[in-house]
Design a protein around this ligand. Structure first.
Ligand SMILES: [Zn+2]
Length: 220
């Protein structure tokens, strides 16, 4: 058994782009209880050194991967696995990586080969917030004036002392710094579905309310 395993290891090392060979080695390692070695193989085949948060892109959950494709953030390991199985690049929270690598190895849909066009996996350090189930208190909403929320498409979701966690509907390299400078608080980004962020901004900050109020005060 060990002899066979070593022969497979050598063959896979000699031809790391051979997907069928890699899949055979992955299965043999899992059968032999060498789970840590399988995780390591999947990690080096899929996980890219540059994290999701460092990438630019059109919206907070969809960035340009660097491999020529897009990479989309997946809130769960199951969704990330399905994305990778379709051959698309995926990102997950860094703490979800170990669980995902186990699922990838066990799925039988992927293998740890390093052939061309294999999907990428990128880790994110930012927390993900499901805004459909999370209630945002009004005193947190009030931390951002309406014109700031609508201009920057930013929704505050939680306050921790001087730090305010904010969800963005549109990714911008300077928005956190700009808000921090103008409002004298520290803004930190959380990831959330941009469509929901926009809908909640519209719901929480009625259009024109600030301006009407200013006009009323001025003409009173
Ligand atoms: Zn990629």
């Amino acid at each position: 058994m060990d002899h066979d395993l070593n022969r497979l290891r050598r063959a896979a090392a000699a031809d790391p782009a051979d997907a069928a060979l890699a899949a055979r080695l992955d299965r043999a390692l899992l059968r032999g209880g060498a789970q840590a070695e399988v995780m390591k193989r999947y990690h080096s085949a899929y996980v890219r050194p540059v994290g999701f948060d460092e990438l630019a892109g059109p919206d907070p959950l969809e960035r340009r991967c660097g491999c020529g494709r897009g990479v989309r953030y997946q809130p769960s390991a199951a969704q990330a696995l399905a994305t990778l199985a379709r051959g698309e690049c995926a990102a997950v929270a860094r703490e979800a990586l170990p669980q995902l690598l186990v699922a990838m190895a066990a799925s039988g849909q992927l293998s740890s080969h390093t052939g061309p066009r294999r999907a990428c996996l990128r880790a994110s350090e930012l927390p993900y917030v499901d805004l459909l189930t999370r209630e945002v208190p009004f005193e947190v909403i009030d931390l951002l004036p309406a014109n700031f929320a609508t201009t920057y498409r930013a929704l505050p979701v939680e306050r921790r002392g001087r730090r305010v966690l904010v969800a963005l509907a549109k990714q911008s390299p300077t928005v956190l710094e700009d808000l921090g400078f103008m409002l004298d608080l520290e803004f930190e980004q959380v990831l959330a579905d941009p469509t929901t962020v926009d809908a909640l901004i519209e719901a929480y900050y009625p259009a024109g309310f600030g301006e009407d109020l200013a006009e009323m005060i001025c003409t009173a």
